[in-house]
Design a protein around this ligand. Structure first.
Ligand SMILES: Cc1ncc(COP(=O)(O)O)c(C=O)c1O
Length: 356
């Protein structure tokens, strides 16, 4: 750190992304990416002609991309905002709706970036512990009078919230924004999209990184009332007007249009999720009922860190989160059948070592 950095930024605890190691080839089940390549239509759209247009700035209002997303969800483009990954959308939302005078309510176990953005924007968050079974205590998210941010399904727990509970929370905070982060909603759970027509305080955040196989493209979006979209545009245009690059814009349009490919990928993950859940439970694991593209699993007879380390030594990477209530768990991305076979083989070896 340089001596020039502002003191308040000295104190930041930046987000620590999942490992992207370059030292050897791992079976990567640690960052909830898709094991499938992007749609072939994406590959076809990123031709030399598109690359040749990169001397020009991209469309700052991302017109065609927003129209494509709006059409997919039965909305209009003024209901759609696009960001450089949903992380950027989340960052703009925290910047727009929370500061030292108006806080944010978040679960204690949820996507780690919510705390980071809170800290960055000088928000003292209200942190609500999950129930012992990792479910959300819905009543503690009502009447907050400040930003409420929740992931549904939640990460890393993989659990979905019932539609009625989401509506209670949105209806229960009429004077503040409720941000529902639906990064994993395509894999399970029920989207709260139908609530948009009724609740002007609802802000839905989505990503292309998981179900649309475009984590490397960095593309996320928000669905909300036109007034909220206008707020986000105010921030974007004060920060980074050309936030979606030319190639990602094209990729995003084609990935959204290729509905059959999207469905096939989601179904592939759901089938593998069911098989792996069953297989791990048969080995004595506790595995929560996942509505996402990852499993939240506790190995028999060892803590999460030990299992993580033993898997890593065998070339399989999963995510261990060192929060106290999560110490017996790891988060395992649902990968391809071959990747999951490798995970299960390594796991059987580890359990067979006799150090239970
Ligand atoms: C709940 C949740 N929200 C948002 C993101 C960020 O996704 P991206 O910035 O790739 O769109 C993630 C990434 O893992 C996530 O788990």
């Amino acid at each position: 750190m340089s001596k020039y950095l502002l003191p308040r930024l000295n104190a930041l605890d930046p987000y620590v992304p999942g490992e992207q190691p370059q030292d050897r080839r791992y079976i990567k089940l640690n960052t909830n990416e898709s094991p499938f390549a992007p749609s072939p239509r994406v590959l076809a759209a990123l031709d030399t002609e598109a690359v040749g247009r990169m001397n020009l700035y991209p469309d700052p209002i991302a017109r065609v991309l927003r129209e494509t997303i709006a059409t997919e969800y039965g909305l209009t483009p003024d209901n759609v905002f696009v960001g450089n990954g949903s992380d950027e959308v989340l960052g703009f939302a925290f910047m727009a709706y929370a500061d030292e005078t108006r806080g944010a309510t978040i679960p204690d176990v949820s996507y780690g970036f919510y705390r980071v953005y809170a800290q960055l924007y000088r928000v003292t968050p209200t942190i609500v512990p999950l129930n012992a079974d990792f479910t959300l205590p819905v009543e503690r998210f009502l009447a907050q009078h400040q930003l409420v941010a929740i992931a549904n399904p939640n990460a890393p727990t993989s659990l979905a919230l019932a539609y009625g509970d989401v509506e209670r929370i949105v209806a229960g905070n009429p004077d503040s924004i409720v941000l529902m982060d639906e990064a994993y909603i395509d894999f399970g759970g029920e989207t709260c999209l139908p609530l948009l027509a009724q609740y002007p305080n609802l802000l839905i955040v989505r990503t292309y990184s998981k179900s649309r196989s475009l984590a490397g493209g960095r593309l996320g979006y928000a669905l909300a009332s036109p007034a909220i979209i206008e707020d986000l545009n105010r921030i974007k245009n004060s920060f980074h007007p050309y936030n979606i690059n030319t190639l990602t814009m094209l990729a995003g349009i084609e990935a959204m249009r290729d509905r059959p490919y999207f469905k096939a990928c989601v179904q592939g993950i759901q089938a593998e999720r069911a098989r792996s859940t069953q297989a791990l439970r048969a080995l004595g694991f506790t595995v929560l009922d996942s509505a996402a593209n990852f499993l939240f699993a506790s190995p028999p007879g060892m803590d999460g860190r030990t299992y993580y380390e033993k898997l890593k030594a065998r070339g399989v990477l999963v995510r261990f989160l060192s929060q106290p209530t999560l110490e017996n768990y790891v988060r395992i991305t649902v990968g391809s059948p071959e990747q999951m076979r490798a995970l299960l083989d390594a796991t059987a070896q580890i359990l067979g070592e006799g150090n239970l």
